[in-house]
Write a protein that binds this ligand. Structure first.
Ligand SMILES: *Cc1c(COP(=O)(O)O)cnc(C)c1O
Length: 426
């Protein structure tokens, strides 16, 4: 065996997986079981007391899910990961470890519409207060820091406009404030951007999108970078203080640089319950094997479609960081040199009505509320994903009334362009 460290494509196929020790099965089996037999009473007690690692019950962990966790941790360059039922479940489990009622977290205003809702309403009812900042104005993050701030949350490539976030600049603010930086890396995937390399302490994903990649399974994941010292300043008692539910152990002291992933599993997933089905873990693992191939094709197609739209007379503007003229092109060259992703927006000269009409005329593009599928997708955010926002907030989050969002699939780009051409022209 050579000492070479495996490359990204090799990890995408192999990380975390081995032939099944009992059957020799080469693909990772679906361990479709709720629970696992203990060797004896001592073994059971040590598993429950966190003195040994092993399988207990699928709400807390499952061998199929464990392969997925190891694979995504390897692709992101983290120390450990925890798979959960959805991207939104990942967000709630992460923040539950960090915030007490009355605490605050700072979030970029440009976010997936569902996250804006989750943060503004559901989290408020837990006493977790979101403070909005603007990723185009780094100082707005600094100004938002208070003694109650416990985390900063951003997207690497932000929904819906595909803008690129300056992760390193915001990481500097987080370090200075002594709080972890959480990066939602859903739209980039680790193939395009690895936020931990740029200072992220925690990475979350909706696996539902590019990682699974085929629009068939929901899932979410939390990756621990292993970089944050949770004992500093007594701000994170879930990690630094003795846990009564585990005989008084302190998670940071016991688990060191993967304590956050452990906390998410044994305090978050165990008690809140959003476990990922092993069947979905299997589907998502299969998807990840082709992530590098798919992602490159997604990006190459997106660039061709964005260039076509930018030259079309019915189009007012295109917001795609992969275009040389785009406001975020410098950041794209720095953070995502292989491609600026495949989700972006454009606006039509004919405004709201033209947007609605375009969506209804497209044939190859599916009109639906998802991104990151092999199929090309279209939606009009102002009337759907971002409809709960008032007009000013819509514009601020990149979802004004004239804006259409595309998620470009892996079909032939000529067919995608022909479909847009007929829908724009007719
Ligand atoms: C879809 C999505 C989510 C939520 O994920 P679910 O799996 O739908 O719960 C969070 N962030 C981003 C950027 C997304 O695209």
């Amino acid at each position: 065996m050579s000492d070479r460290l495996p490359g990204f494509s090799t990890l995408a196929v192999h990380a975390g997986a081995q032939p099944d020790p009992t059957t020799g099965a080469r693909a990772t089996p679906i361990y479709q079981t709720t629970s696992f037999v203990f060797n004896d009473a001592d073994h059971a007690a040590s598993l429950f007391g966190l003195q040994a690692f092993g399988n207990i019950y699928t709400r807390i962990g499952n061998p199929t899910n464990a392969v997925l966790e190891e694979r995504v941790a390897a692709l992101e360059g983290g120390t450990a990961a925890l798979a959960v039922a959805s991207g939104h479940a990942a967000q709630v489990v992460v923040l539950q470890q960090l915030l007490q009622p009355g605490d605050e977290f700072i979030a970029a205003r440009k976010l997936y519409g569902g996250s804006i809702n989750q943060f503004s309403h559901a989290f408020k009812s837990f006493g977790w207060n979101v403070v909005w900042a603007d990723s185009d104005d780094i100082a707005s993050f600094e100004r938002a820091v208070t003694p109650r701030t416990k985390a900063i949350f951003i997207e690497s490539i932000a929904n819906p406009g595909g803008s690129i976030t300056d992760i390193e600049a915001i990481s500097t603010v987080a370090r200075k404030a002594g709080v972890p930086l959480i990066v939602d890396n859903t739209l980039a995937s680790p193939y395009l951007i690895r936020p931990i390399d740029h200072g992220a302490d925690i990475v979350v994903h909706s696996l539902t999108k590019f990682l699974g990649g085929h629009g068939n399974s929901l899932g979410g994941i939390i990756v621990d970078a292993g970089t944050f010292d949770w004992s500093r300043g007594g701000k994170y008692p879930m990690l630094s203080e003795p846990r009564p539910e585990y005989h008084g152990i302190r998670l940071q002291e016991t688990f060191g640089n993967f304590a956050f992933a452990i906390a998410c599993r044994v305090l978050g997933l165990r008690d809140l319950g959003p476990a990922l089905s092993p069947f979905n873990a299997f589907m998502i693992l299969t998807g990840i094997e082709t992530l590098p191939l798919r992602m490159q094709k997604h990006c190459d197609n997106a660039k061709a479609v964005a260039e076509f739209l930018a030259g079309h007379p019915a189009v007012a503007s295109v917001s795609y960081a992969g275009l040389a003229s785009d406001k975020y092109n410098q950041l794209a060259r720095k953070y995502a040199p292989k491609g600026a992703g495949a989700v972006f927006t454009f606006s039509l000269k004919g405004g709201y009505d033209a947007g609605v009409s375009l969506v209804s005329k497209l044939q190859l593009f599916s009109h639906l509320a998802n991104v990151g599928d092999t199929r090309s997708l279209v939606i009009h955010p102002a009337s759907t994903t971002h409809s709960q926002l008032d007009d000013a907030a819509k514009v601020k989050s990149g979802a004004g009334p004239d804006v259409v969002r595309l998620s470009i699939g892996i079909e032939d780009k000529e067919d995608l362009i022909a479909d847009l051409e007929q829908a724009l022209g007719a």
